[in-house]
Ligand binder design. Sequence first.
Ligand code: HEM
Length: 154
Amino acid sequence: MTPYAVTYALHLLAALVWVGGMFFAWMILRPAAVSALEAPARLKLWLEVFQRFFYWVWAAVIVLPITGVGMLNLRFSGFETAPRYVHIMIGLYIAMLALFLRVQALQLPELRRAVAAADWPNGGAVLGRIRRLVGINLILGLLLISIAAARPSL
Ligand code: HEM
């Protein structure tokens, strides 16, 4: 395996874990939790889910730029000569990172406090805000992957 192939594989795996994890959370776990659990159990479940999933998201947000910049240098010899879709990828990455950091730094602690205080109405409101941001990030991630897949025409 060449260094480029290893870097490329790590990049794709990181994208898969982050975007695939959000897809599963939004499209499968969210409706299943709504239909199977009452609010207190559902909020506790989401807190556990986010705490575990976010370790992997942290790994992805670190691996993606390192491997991305590695490929930029190995394949395109720098940012200026890289194709337009790579510039778009970096822009969307920054937007996704900002949304993730907002959830991690502001909303997750709020959810943790609401669950600890058994304040279910407030916990439900925080969960709604997290859901919206994760939904936006999922759309950005799917868009980004579609743009990467369409790269020959960009
Ligand atoms: C700073 C952030 C990033 C940089 C510098 C970057 C850079 C790159 C580069 C240079 C390539 C290889 C291009 C080629 O060989 O033609 C690539 C491919 C790819 N990237 Fe990124 N990337 C970044 C973030 C992301 C993110 C956040 C995702 C998805 C969540 C992503 C998904 C992909 C995919 C799916 C490919 C494969 C495209 C293909 O060959 O079909 N990247 N990226």
